[in-house]
Ligand binder design. Structure first.
Ligand code: ADP
Ligand code: MG
Length: 705
């Protein structure tokens, strides 16, 4: 891509005071020096006082100023842990993991002792943990067992500006919890377990704490980066707000002259352009997801062998949610002299994590997001343009340590056409999961819940309807027993939770658990550009002509037997990775899927369910798929196209599907992807005659209408 040269007029970021620019070594003493140099350091006393004085405090500060890593330590030193834990919620798993590791290092304790994290499918905390980083979704789950969150003396809702669906629900819930804890001095023990029934409560980890005496007040801190920070104080009855002065160096912003036809290509060219022409300094590239990151990573490594002798060494560090923890930490390693690190990140690096040494940002201006159309009742994963606020935030990442440059891979005109700010997720997502959890928390009147931004009543009604169709709600709109209760306990989407629960009846829960685990990770198969044919041949080994679901289960089964053979379940780089390589399987994704399988499986016994295999009687499995996913059915039309039955939308089988080019009469799918067309992914053919039988309450009315 061609960028205007550096002397041309460009936008600049504001310029505050300069910080120390000493070289960073990860020595103990150095870490303490780094802490003291953070903008937030001088505000320690003030922050502790403000939290003491105010029940709710809003803290707003530039990204990288030290909010996430330091404030919990300040409060810990200020004695707030004496009567309960400090919980810090993060919208992103990666942030919870990496920040907890960092804070443990700063406090010189082992991770899992005083400092720990808890994310879906992984909990490192122990009885000793007083500073607990967790995803906002996990705190919502804890609230199911401990509705007044008595384990916590302080809850910090971090990255509130992200306005994820879980953050928004949490804000509403915490507001209510705070009022209730203020009103009641000492809660009777029974109150903390509204739905106590040994049969229903799968996890009872926190119950031992329920008998302890408790403090009544809950301190709440809402932390936000500077973007979209208005509104929090107002929502919390004009809560006090503290601003942390950040520092930001000048960032040159460069646009392309023309729109880029292929932004990944533009990304690669720009990386090498920066690498060959610019001074030392790391490069941060914003990509939309794991698949894209892995593709760019491969191409970069391939092409970097052709770099001229004498140029800086180029290293690549990916960071995205599904990356195993030890590899996530790699991006924080100091870049050795004479080399340059290229960080390939998802939106994670926008505000959640700050990676040291970044001077160049490459921003294609895109982000992957879930979008829900409540009228049609369909949710899809789409790549869409970022907002102006996000673009500014991304470019700011180049100017944290010294002046930097940001390469926007789009035209200046395009920038001015972007939306000012992104719409909160709660206004554009499927609410089913959240509504189910609120119901499980005893909040029955969802339409009257005190949301900071209310979702449309159409969206709420649609999600209630959805849950009703799935059988999670009764005619009165209450959680059904046992299905609704069970569904609310599983740490997966309601649709998947139901699939697992009913698969026990269909005698194929082992396969369904496997499927749900495989659907929870991205990109199992990879197809490197030069080896497309080989990769396709490898996929044939697992292929099932009925569709992608069984194919995925086959891959997992083959992997498990390989693991059992070699005994290398969790040792990356050992025998299994050769197997993965030979079969063109993404080892990282598969290891994670197996982990998820084991995690979900643990919920079964507590609900009186168990793992059974259909032993390749695939008809049972396909019937179970139908009974679980009947809402995602597509029928072939006379002209050969497919129509989604729930929305009436025309859809296309994704080219990556086993069934691409085949034309079965009736399909079940799991994912709708919108690019140039509406594609359905993860598709299996079924017998349409099963529908009225296995989903009668839905199809009898549907067919009559
Ligand atoms: P904020 O929350 O205000 O954005 P953080 O507390 O996340 O700021 O970051 C403060 C500093 O800590 C940053 O300079 C960042 O580079 C550093 N940091 C955070 N996590 C790590 C880590 N895992 N390894 C090394 N440095 C880290
Ligand atoms: Mg932060």
């Amino acid at each position: 891509p061609s960028f205007p040269n550096n002397n041309s007029p460009h936008c600049t970021m504001s310029h505050h005071s300069k910080g120390s620019s000493s070289r960073k070594r990860p020595a103990r003493q150095d870490i303490q020096e780094q802490r003291r140099a953070l903008p937030i350091a001088s505000a320690e006393k003030k922050l502790v006082e403000e939290v003491l004085k105010n029940d709710t405090l809003v803290v707003i500060g530039e990204t990288g100023s030290g909010k996430t890593t330091q404030l919990p330590q300040f409060l810990h030193a200020g004695g707030f842990c004496e009567r309960g834990r400090i919980g810090i919620t993060q919208p992103r798993r990666v942030a919870a993991v990496t920040v907890a590791a960092r804070v443990a290092e700063e406090m010189e304790v082992d991770l899992g002792q005083e400092v720990g994290y808890s994310i879906r499918f992984e909990d490192t905390t122990s009885a000793a943990t007083v500073i607990k980083y967790l995803t906002d979704g996990m705190l919502l789950r804890e609230a199911l067992l401990d509705p007044l969150l008595h384990n916590y003396s302080v809850i910090i809702v971090d990255e509130a500006h992200e306005r994820t669906i879980h953050t928004d629900v949490l804000l509403g819930l915490l507001k209510a919890v705070q009022k209730r804890r203020k009103a009641v001095k000492q809660e009777p023990v029974t109150e903390t377990r509204q739905f106590d029934s040994s049969k229903r409560t799968a996890i009872s980890k926190h119950s031992e704490n329920c008998n302890q005496a408790r403090i009544s007040h809950l301190k709440l801190v809402v932390m936000s980066a500077t973007l979209d920070a208005e509104g929090f104080s107002q929502y919390f009855d004009n809560a006090r707000t503290v601003y942390i002065q950040g520092r930001q160096y000048l960032v040159d912003i460069l646009y392309t002259y023309q729109p880029e036809p292929d932004y990944l290509d533009a990304v690669l060219i720009t990386i090498f352009q920066v690498h060959l022409e610019e001074k030392a300094g790391n490069v941060l590239v914003f990509l939309t997801g794991q698949e894209e990151i892995e593709a760019v990573e491969r191409l970069l490594l391939e092409r970097s062998v052709h770099l001229p002798v004498g140029s800086l060494k180029l290293t690549v560090a990916p960071i995205y949610a599904a990356l195993p923890c030890n590899q996530q930490m790699q991006v924080f390693k100091t870049t050795p002299r004479g080399s340059r690190k290229v960080i390939l990140a998802t939106n994670i690096a926008e505000t959640s994590v700050t990676i040291p040494g970044v001077c160049y940002v490459i921003d294609p201006g895109l982000v992957k997001a879930r979008i829900f159309n409540p009228r049609a009742g369909v949710e899809s994963l789409s790549v869409m343009p970022v907002s102006k606020a996000q673009a500014l935030q991304r470019s700011g990442r180049a100017g944290r340590e010294r002046p930097g440059k940001c390469f926007r891979l789009y035209t200046e005109d395009t920038f001015y056409k972007l939306e000012d700010a992104s719409i909160p997720e709660i206004k554009r997502c499927n609410l089913a999961s959240v509504v189910l959890q609120l119901k499980a928390l005893g909040i029955d009147d969802i339409l009257c819940f005190d949301f900071m931004d209310k979702p449309s009543s159409t969206a709420i009604r649609k999600s209630l309807e959805h849950l009703y169709i799935l059988g999670a709600l009764t005619d009165e709109g209450k959680l059904s027993d046992p299905l609704g209760f069970q569904m609310s306990r599983f740490p997966v989407e309601p649709l998947y939770a139901k699939a697992v629960i009913i698969s026990c009846e269909y005698k194929c829960s082992a396969e369904m658990l496997g499927l749900v685990a495989m659907l929870s990770v991205e990109s199992i198969f990879y197809q490197p550009r030069g080896k497309l044919e080989e990769a396709k041949a490898a996929k044939q080994r697992f292929l099932c002509a009925d569709g992608d679901h069984i194919t995925l289960v086959n891959v997992l089964c083959a992997y498990v037997s390989e693991v059992e053979k070699t005994g290398n379940g969790h040792v990356p780089g050992k025998g299994n990775s050769r197997w993965c390589k030979e079969n063109f399987i993404n080892g990282r994704s598969l290891r994670r899927a197996l982990d998820i399988y084991r995690q979900i499986e643990r919920y079964l016994p507590g609900m009186g369910l168990s793992t059974v295999s259909c032993v390749e009687e695939w008809m049972l499995f396909c019937r179970c798929l139908t009974a679980a996913f009947f809402l995602n059915t597509a029928r072939r039309q006379p002209d050969g196209s497919y129509r989604a039955m729930s929305s009436g939308q025309t859809v296309f089988v994704h080219p990556s599907s086993v069934l691409f080019g085949k034309k079965p009469d009736c399909l079940i799918y799991n994912e709708l992807v919108c690019t140039t067309r509406h594609y359905i992914r993860n598709v299996t053919r079924i017998d349409s005659a099963w529908l009225p039988e296995l989903a009668s309450q839905y199809f009898v009315t549907k067919l009559a209408a």
